[in-house]
Design a binder for this molecule. Structure first.
Ligand SMILES: [Zn+2]
Length: 442
């Protein structure tokens, strides 16, 4: 990378001539000549497309969750940075939806559909060089995360959901919180925990305050006076997951028969990455428990970008409509991630479902994640089978009724949740920037 401009001297510019010199090299010329562009990509492994199973019953209560994040950074030193995060859960009215023109929906019709049908949550984190009186950035972010999950505008419901998952309240047993690393610098005891159902407590080793949200491990992405941008992204993903399971928890506690009619969508894979994956094991245990109780949870994650989507682009060209393909661990490692399959099973700690490639028709090719019906995630991930995908027949019966024709490979519930959660449209990034500037420059 060229040198950046300093205060007194201009920055270095990458020389255009440099590229010419490279192309003059006989070796480079010879190599480039050999790089043919194949007309068709050949895969080393067969793609085992299967016909989709007979569809079941249509699910008539549909929810969708999405989030967005915008980091606002001052362009001048000391480069103060804030991260704004927004998440939304919306209920899709199937009857109202069926009346809407799928190709050119009237914006007012969409607005009416979304009124009173969504829960919103917004928060902001100080990332770098922002002062919160009496607190380091580290502790300010920890406290903001805790207060944000308790958001009173949502009546603290996402916090109840976090406790419901973390203490496995759905099991009826009073389980302890799994031990985690104390976030206090200098302590870092690996045995921090909280008593059943507690939201706050103290570390038994250092005596400092602990929040239940500390178990998620946000502190690994922070230094005392700066937090990585990934804190905001991780918070968004965790909060989306909590909103999703707030819906599931509500029906689980109040009406399991209604829960069976629900379909939940999440934008992105059913995955919580890196240290934040502490919630994945309890979620899998809940999903397996629900299935055993005769209440399959219909939840689907849709990926719109990334390696899996690019891969579907390649293999989908040769597939017929009405087919799906479930890649196993070996296929994902070697064909999609381009790594050796000898390592840990793909998604072992981070995913609560299996990936499928689905060719519904010519215009709708999907990369989806669906939970599985067995508690043995490892066996499942190594060799997933179609009949273990939770709720697949009913989900397949529902998908054709909620396709969007406005965008390729789009589902209406996800498109609508996108439009609510998008920070770039609501409010505008420019407004956020002015707001942030006013606060930062005090
Ligand atoms: Zn401690």
């Amino acid at each position: 990378m060229p040198y950046q401009a300093g205060k007194n001297l201009p920055g270095e510019r990458a020389s255009k001539l440099g590229h010419l010199e490279v192309l003059k090299s006989p070796l480079v010329k010879e190599l480039v000549k050999n790089f043919e562009e194949p007309s068709e990509v050949e895969l080393d492994a067969p793609v085992n497309w299967e016909s989709i199973p007979a569809s079941g019953e249509q699910l008539d209560i549909i929810f969708s969750v999405d989030g967005s994040i915008q980091t606002i950074e001052d362009k001048t030193p000391p480069y103060k940075a804030l991260a704004f995060v927004k998440t939304a859960l919306m209920k899709i009215d199937q009857v109202a939806l069926s009346r809407i023109d799928k190709v050119t929906p009237h914006p007012f019709a969409l607005r009416d559909l979304m009124t009173d049908a969504a829960l919103y949550h917004a928060t902001v984190f100080p990332l770098r060089h922002v002062k919160v009186p009496g607190l380091t950035v580290y502790d300010a972010v920890r406290q903001t995360i805790f207060e944000s999950v308790k958001d009173s505008s949502l009546y603290g419901e996402p916090m109840e959901t976090l406790k419901w998952l973390a203490y496995e309240k759905w099991s009826g047993e009073k389980k302890n919180l799994e031990e985690f690393q104390c976030p206090h610098i200098g302590c870092e005891s690996e045995h921090a925990t909280l008593p059943y159902d507690a939201e706050e407590g103290v570390c038994s080793n250092c005596g400092n305050k602990l929040y239940i949200t500390d178990m998620l491990g946000f502190h690994h992405d922070m230094a005392e006076n700066a937090a990585s941008d990934s804190v905001g992204t991780a918070y968004m993903n965790i909060h989306e997951t909590l909103l999703l399971f707030t819906g599931i928890r509500y029906f689980w506690n109040n009406n399991k028969d209604t829960l069976k009619r629900c379909l939940f969508f999440k934008d992105g894979p059913l995955q919580i990455r890196a240290q934040y994956s502490k919630l994945v094991a309890p979620i899998r245990r809940f999903l397996a428990h629900a299935y055993k109780m005769g209440v399959p949870i219909n939840v689907v994650g849709q990926e719109k970008t990334g390696y899996f989507v690019e891969h579907l682009d390649l293999i989908g060209r040769n597939a017929n409509k009405g087919q799906l393909f479930i890649p196993d661990h070996k296929y994902i490692c070697e064909q999609i991630q381009h790594r050796s399959a000898s390592g840990e099973p793909y998604g072992k700690d981070t995913n609560y479902g299996a990936k499928i490639f689905l060719i519904l028709d010519e215009r709708h090719h999907f990369v989806l994640t669906l939970p599985i019906t067995t508690g043995n995630m490892k066996a499942f991930i190594l060799d997933p089978q179609i009949d273990l995908l939770m709720g697949l027949p009913n989900i397949l019966a529902t998908l054709p009724t909620i396709l969007s024709n406005r965008h390729e490979n789009a589902l209406l519930p996800i498109e609508l949740a996108n439009s609510i959660a998008s920070l770039s449209t609501y409010p505008s990034a420019q407004v956020l920037k002015l707001f942030a500037d006013a606060n930062i420059k005090k």
